[in-house]
Design a protein around this ligand. Structure first.
Ligand code: ADP
Ligand code: MG
Length: 371
């Protein structure tokens, strides 16, 4: 239904969309997620011709909508858009908000437009508000009217740009419920949202945007439960990183430990977990130091707020080789590391040796509960 090829968009020197390739089929409900500033709104605005792309092509049913002779109002009618900030005519009644476009742009007779409007108001649960003024409504009601107004133009797809982020938290669910209903009825939709639970259960496809690209594209199970790529993981698991560079065997252990503690305390980790992390990093450094000829270590602590777990990534420069293989497994330092961590993996990437391990959480919690 919609095909996007090599779409790019920059604002002066700022490259927002680098190379977007995307196909949307009829009936798909697509959630678009990603950190702010990654171009999600810009993508929707390009699709809707509210922004002029810098390069690439957009087709709707094989019609090139970026061609010079495009009927822009017609394209906008086929692709409805719902904004964060409702964009209703506040001085008009709800009914007038819903009929004005139908009469002016679709050429419908006023009576027919009113019938359609009444039907749609019922659908969004606001039949009784037909004669209220838009500015008499709550935020949630306004957004439901905005959705009804969008539907009144018989769009083939609706693009939602964070439809609930301007709402009082108590009003989010009434708007999401309307969008859920449209999804059940087979409406094709692309929804930029920060409501992850909603995105997971309403959509059949999720796009994670980053680096000016659709960085990962997959079913909600993949994106939310088993993201494949690094930045998707960081976003989904809400990972906070702490990175410490050690470039000399005479590094300041106390300064490093103080920074680790500070990072862990910021994320409210228990004393026992902090002590475990300190112990593991110290043992790793000690074992590494015994074998290393160059001294260049990046220590990363990746704390997932979502999963409440900590990954320790120990990355060293030099020839390929896991220094843990070179030491005696019975050595106490190795035993400590093995005891306190799980899912230990080794890889060699970009001429660096990388050991990754997770702090064993159950044990840490038991210890914590025990006092
Ligand atoms: P998102 O919706 O993912 O938060 P946006 O698409 O709104 O991201 O914005 C992406 C980047 O483009 C941001 O850095 C924003 O400041 C910039 N941007 C968006 N619109 C304009 C504009 N009209 N002029 C200049 N910069 C813009
Ligand atoms: Mg946005």
């Amino acid at each position: 239904m919609i095909q996007v090829e090599h779409l790019s968009k920059n604002f002066g020197d700022l490259v927002v969309l680098r190379d977007i390739n995307l196909e949307i089929s009829k009936g798909q409900v697509i959630s678009i997620i990603g950190p702010s500033g990654t171009g999600k709104s810009t993508l929707l605005r390009c699709l809707n011709l509210l922004e002029e792309p810098s390069g690439g092509k957009i087709f709707i049913d094989d019609i090139d909508i970026l061609a010079k002779d495009t009927d822009v109002p017609k394209i906008r009618q086929r692709m409805g858009m719902v904004f964060q900030s409702f964009n209703l005519f506040n001085h008009l009644s709800v009914m007038d908000n819903l009929t004005i476009g139908q009469v002016k742009l679709l050429g419908r007779a006023p009576a027919e437009a009113e019938r359609r409007a009444a039907q749609l108001l019922k659908l969004v649960g606001l039949a009784e508000k037909a004669h209220s003024f838009a500015d008499e409504l709550s935020g949630g009601q306004k957004q439901r009217v905005a959705i009804a107004r969008c539907l009144s133009m018989d769009p083939e797809i609706i693009l939602f740009d964070e439809p609930t982020s301007a709402l009082d938290p108590t009003m989010v669910s009434e708007v999401l419920a309307v969008i859920r209903r449209l999804a059940r009825e087979g409406m094709t939709m692309a929804i930029v949202t920060h409501e992850m639970d909603f995105a997971r259960d309403v959509s059949n496809r999720v796009l994670y945007m980053d680096e000016g690209l659709i960085y990962e594209d997959g079913p909600p199970q993949q994106i939310f439960e088993n993201p494949q790529r690094e930045k998707t993981k960081t976003f989904i698991y809400r990972i906070r990183n702490f990175i410490y560079h050690i470039d000399s065997p005479d590094y300041d252990l106390y300064a490093m430990n103080a920074e680790i503690e500070q990072f862990c305390e910021k994320h409210v980790l228990s004393k026992s977990r902090i002590n475990d992390v300190l112990l593991i990093t110290e043992e790793l450094l000690m074992l590494y130091m015994a074998t290393a000829s160059v001294f260049d270590v990046y220590l990363t602590l990746a704390y997932s707020e979502k999963r409440d777990n900590i990954e320790i990534i120990f990355e060293t420069a030099g020839e390929r080789g896991n220094f843990l293989d070179a030491v005696d497994r019975n050595e106490i330092a190795v035993k400590i590391i093995m005891n306190l961590t799980e899912h230990l993996t080794y890889e060699y990437v970009n001429e660096r040796n990388r050991l990754r391990m997770f702090l064993k959480e159950d044990r840490a919690r038991e210890k914590n509960n025990a006092g």
